[in-house]
Design a binder for this molecule. Structure first.
Ligand code: ACO
Length: 321
């Protein structure tokens, strides 16, 4: 037996940065950003820490699930970069939540982190090592964005989403892929000061070849969705929602058109939040859940892509009572 998703939560920084605000210090415009990406604004951390966001969305998910932090057997925290390199943010989060489980880990699988975390959780449930699991995705993209590079910094935002899982049969299938290519999307590590190792001048900012990632994403998303639909023996019409990684509305629209589905089935929030890496899918899921749009027994497809280059796709039956 695997798991059901029984609670969701999200947290966004209070500072809203519009495209026009970016155009005040970058050679860009609201028109360029919106037509190329679908983004109108994003939230950016100011005096909040990533831990603050993680705590807020975890608390919301636990309350939504009716689960106390003490009941958790496992916490999986997905982030590209926490508040510290060490300790892992899961340790600080569990202390603040009052969780007592020893099984906790941070993972860094970029934008696919949420799907990878679900895969890890699935293994714990199947091994009977967990009854209740918290998956948290919290990302501070503003810290690794180069705010002088108009081709990347306009795309991202900060945010966090969480889900609470408990034993059940709602998790139906998952597929993950990694191709090991890094040149098109990577973040260099901060330089140390070891006198014996060569130092590069490269700064610790996200580097991306947007066009190559775009080409990768438009073919990978449809390929992976079609594969999991076939695996599960369901037609593209059957899922209630396809919750895709929120990187670019053109990528989402391209997948939707190839699958011949209406826009309502491919919800979008990147107009308000930008690309929050691994947090995009749990944030979107929480919005749908709290708006009462998820019906019991409904089929959901989650699909992500990102640095690695990775893809992650999974099929869920929504079973929250
Ligand atoms: N404002 C104005 N002009 C800009 C900006 C900007 N913010 N950024 C780039 N430009 C210019 C470029 O310099 C270029 O000018 P040139 O023709 O004079 O050289 C022109 O706009 C076109 O640039 P392209 O890169 O060809 O624009 P494109 O249509 O490909 O859109 C984008 C770029 C939005 C990045 C697109 O390629 C994309 O979305 N790629 C996928 C990115 C993605 O999904 N990343 C996330 C995946 S993983 C993760 O989530 C971490």
């Amino acid at each position: 037996m695997s798991f059901n998703i029984i609670g969701t939560g999200r947290a966004l920084p209070k500072k809203c940065v519009t495209n026009d605000m970016l155009a005040s210090f970058l050679d860009t415009s609201d028109e360029w950003i919106y037509t190329r990406t679908g983004i109108k604004e994003r939230r950016i951390l100011t005096d909040e820490s990533l831990l603050d966001l993680a705590y807020e969305c975890s608390l919301a998910a636990l309350e939504n699930a009716g689960v106390a932090a003490e009941e958790l057997d496992l916490i999986i925290f997905s982030t590209l970069q926490g508040d510290y390199i060490s300790p892992s943010l899961c340790c600080l989060l569990s202390k603040r939540l009052g969780a007592v489980c020893g099984r906790q880990l941070d993972i860094n699988m970029g934008c696919s982190g949420f799907i990878y975390a679900l895969d890890i959780a699935d293994s714990y449930f199947r091994a009977d090592k967990a009854q209740k699991v918290l998956v948290v995705c919290a990302e501070a993209m503003s810290r690794i964005s180069d705010w002088t590079d108009r081709s990347t910094c306009v795309l991202f935002g900060d945010g966090a989403g969480a889900v609470v899982l408990e034993k059940g049969d709602g998790f139906k299938a998952i597929n993950l892929t990694v191709d090991g290519a890094y040149e098109d999307l990577y973040v260099p590590i901060p330089q140390g000061n070891c006198p014996y190792s060569p130092h590069s001048d490269e700064e610790g900012f996200l580097k991306m070849n947007g066009q190559d990632i775009y080409i990768f994403a438009v073919s990978a998303v449809v390929r992976e969705i079609n594969a999991i639909l076939e695996q599960e023996g369901i037609t593209p019409d059957e899922p209630d929602y396809y919750i895709l990684h929120q990187a670019n509305t053109r990528i989402i629209d391209s997948a939707r058109k190839k699958l011949k589905q209406p826009a309502e089935k491919f919800p979008v929030n990147l107009d308000r939040f930008g690309n929050t890496s691994s947090a995009t899918i749990p944030i979107m899921l929480d919005e749908l859940n709290r708006a009462g749009k998820l019906k019991n027994g409904g089929k959901l497809i989650f699909c992500s892509f990102g640095a690695g280059l990775t893809t992650g796709v999974c099929a869920i039956e929504w079973t929250k009572q």
